[in-house]
Design a protein around this ligand. Structure first.
Ligand SMILES: Nc1ncnc2c1ncn2[C@@H]1O[C@H](COP(=O)(O)OP(=O)(O)OP(=O)(O)O)[C@@H](O)[C@H]1O
Ligand SMILES: [Mg+2]
Length: 347
């Protein structure tokens, strides 16, 4: 069973007293689709409940279950249901709005629409493999929590070598995130179980915690969605967003740096075999915090015998290591997703 680790942390801008919870705060009550800024009810994705057939359960999220299914008896789909006990329809409605705004984004799962009265989010079935599964942290490979060996990891990513698989994850995940940022949306929950491995490459799922900085949907300076392992140390997005979200505000506040940190954590995890195991990043996160997110200082503190763990990142003059150091850093030192994409580790 997956344990929800993403927290939504309400606070006031002056007195930020982070409180960890396993639930996201309630999104605003459902509004009519006609109010949406991009076609509303006419959006081709809206689906009658009668057209959807629910099959076996394939996953569980903190806000409901995920099922395989079919659409109009033909198309294989994945259905994300909002749990009725937790006001699930509201979460489906809120996440559906963000998926609509993200339409045309090539780095995400293929969203087909909302079925019924916010009963399900409907996606094209692009397989069940997640990056977490490939790491061995979940699914069969991770039954004993041991993490995959290099050859199995490379194979899961469709690559000939382990190093190629790590570079593929870096390149593609950064591109996925960049594409979402180009739509003025920040994912805020980038982590291995939110990354789908499809035949067309990596695709992000789970926009339940995403902030739409163009419309202000799911964005409140006083609240955040933050994963204690993968989320950035600053925890909050800041800036006056919504109602158009000017480029000036974006450039001033650099909200894209939020996801940049999480991608850096994922790159570090996939590239260091010892960190692939289930919960392998928990200890790392604690150590990084101790070293104030200075990766060089953290690494220097590790015993000599652990230095060879970083071999993949150290190849080619340490291209991967430099990339990780740039991303996994305090906000003021962190490199942007665009800069990260120019790293030779992403080629
Ligand atoms: N489009 C999809 N295709 C295949 N599998 C999916 C899809 N969407 C979700 N899943 C599976 O269901 C799981 C839960 O989905 P998702 O992350 O969207 O839910 P969640 O409730 O927001 O979860 P959490 O907040 O705990 O991460 C995923 O980790 C994945 O295994
Ligand atoms: Mg998820």
């Amino acid at each position: 069973m997956r344990v929800a680790s993403t927290s939504r942390v309400p606070t006031t801008p002056r007195a930020r007293a982070p409180r960890r919870s396993t639930r996201r705060a309630s999104p605003p009550p459902p509004r009519a689709f006609a109010e949406s800024d991009d076609g509303g009810r006419d959006f081709a994705g809206d689906i009658a409940l009668a057209d959807v057939r629910r099959g076996e359960k394939i996953g569980a999220g903190s806000f409901g279950d995920v099922f395989a299914g079919t659409l109009r008896g033909r198309t294989a789909v994945v259905l994300k249901e909002g749990s009725a006990f937790r006001g699930g329809a509201r979460f489906v409605e809120a996440e559906g709005r963000i998926w609509r705004r993200a339409r045309g984004w090539r780095g995400g799962a293929t969203f087909l629409g909302v079925a019924g009265a916010n009963a399900y989010l409907v996606f094209e079935d692009e397989g069940r493999d997640t990056l977490e599964g490939a790491l061995g942290g979940g699914g069969l490979g991770g039954v004993f929590g041991g993490g995959r060996d290099g050859a199995a990891f490379a194979e899961a990513l469709g690559c000939a070598t382990e190093a190629q698989a790590c570079k593929k994850v870096s390149r593609e995940l950064l591109k996925c995130v960049k594409g979402l940022h180009d739509k003025k949306i920040i994912h805020r929950d980038v982590k291995p179980n939110n990354v789908l491995l499809t035949k067309n490459g990596l695709r992000l799922i789970d926009l339940g915690g995403a902030a739409d900085l163009k419309t202000g949907q799911n964005y409140d300076e006083a609240e955040t969605v933050f994963d204690p392992v993968y989320g950035p140390p600053e925890r909050y997005l800041t800036g006056k967003f919504g109602g158009g979200g000017g480029a000036g505000e974006w450039n001033k506040n650099k909200p894209d740096l939020f996801d940049a940190f999480s991608v850096g954590m994922v790159i570090l995890q996939v590239s260091v075999p010892a960190f692939r195991k289930k919960n392998g990043m928990k200890g790392v996160r604690g150590e990084l915090k101790t070293w104030a997110y200075d990766c060089e200082a953290w690494r220097a503190s590790l015993p000599e015998r652990r230095q060879s763990d970083f071999a993949i990142l150290d190849e080619n003059d340490g291209a991967g290591w430099k990339l990780v150091c740039g991303l996994v850093a305090n906000r003021s030192q962190r490199i942007s997703v665009s800069k990260a994409l120019s790293s030779s580790f992403c080629r």
